[in-house]
Design a protein around this ligand. Sequence first.
Ligand SMILES: C=CCOC(=O)Nc1nc2cc3[nH]c(NC)nc3cc2c(=O)[nH]1
Ligand SMILES: [Zn+2]
Length: 373
Amino acid sequence: MAVRYELIKICKQTGARLGRLHTPHGTIDTPVFMPVGTQATVKTMSPEELKEMGSGIILSNTYHLFLRPGHEIVKEAGGLHGFINWDRAILTDSGGFQVFSLSDLRKIEEEGVSFRSHLSGQPLFISPEKSIEIQNALGADIIMAFDECPPYPAERRYVRDSMDRTHRWLKRCVGAHQRPEDQALFGIVQGGMYKDLRQESAKQITSVELPGYAIGGLSVGESKDLMYEMLEVTTPLLPQNKPRYLMGVGSPDALVEGVIRGVDMFDCVLPTRIARNGTTMTSQGRVVVRNAKYARDFTPLDPECDCYTCRNYSRAYLRHLIKADETFGIRLTTYHNLYFLLRLMEQIRQAILEDRLQDFRDAFFEKYYGSDE
Ligand SMILES: C=CCOC(=O)Nc1nc2cc3[nH]c(NC)nc3cc2c(=O)[nH]1
Ligand SMILES: [Zn+2]
């Protein structure tokens, strides 16, 4: 079995799950936040720093690596693990979402998706079989089925036709997968913002026996309340003994609320993306450290954080580096933001263990958002 999920405990206050994900590259405690390394690197972080902050699994994007350097080169390097010198777990997406969101899409049809490279403009084509071929070459421990994430908002008819095709594509992915014993293929539930379609998609996707299931089509511009509503009708239909992965979600509130609604795995570019413009997440809420008010603030970024950044540097220094566009500055804010989210997940896991996740949520929201959101 490539990837095995072990359910450890269910929080009596919320129903949230504490688990362990056993993979060929180590065991990961869940709920887990996965740093995103789009082009085979978590921007500005070394593998050693990611290990130091406790990350056991990172994400890389199939679309980007297919375009550059090409999956054959990565395969010759020994797969992604050899290429990036990371001996812990890796998850790759199927390329679906990036094709729709990055390239100038030409056509979606039963066979696959035609598009132009956002780098060279050259016409390209990805099918479920091609996506699996690329992911088999990249060698990630967890790979994703090729799906369509419908735009938001979208007509019911469009969502229904798209999700039916995603179900047909899943079967083609299973058929094309060459290494199921080494790489765990996850299916992806769709259904847009239509509760009945979500339930039907969950039933269709879970009718295919797989090591894990993802909840797609969310965090695409809908309100958080609508996203939570869709989670509430979807996760109860997913098998308890398999991991649930909510893609593209990573703000502190959405992580806590997602765990409370039965999600085990998350990924998001937010912490690394906002770090690059000097915005950080701290125990007292967001601190935009590039703001003038921090020019003479010689205190740590987050007084409650024991990360490398907070132990060694002041807000004034971080502000200076960011303003001066010094690379070291975004390394320090990136390190802290990732550390903050990984520590938040640790606190969430502890709260589940002690059956007090709702209390933790309320206290955390009060401190981070200043009001009970
Ligand atoms: C990324 C891991 C594996 O995902 C896939 O291979 N396909 C896929 N990716 C998504 C990514 C998303 N990001 C957001 N918001 C930032 N929403 C997303 C929705 C999807 C989705 O429906 N499908
Ligand atoms: Zn810190």
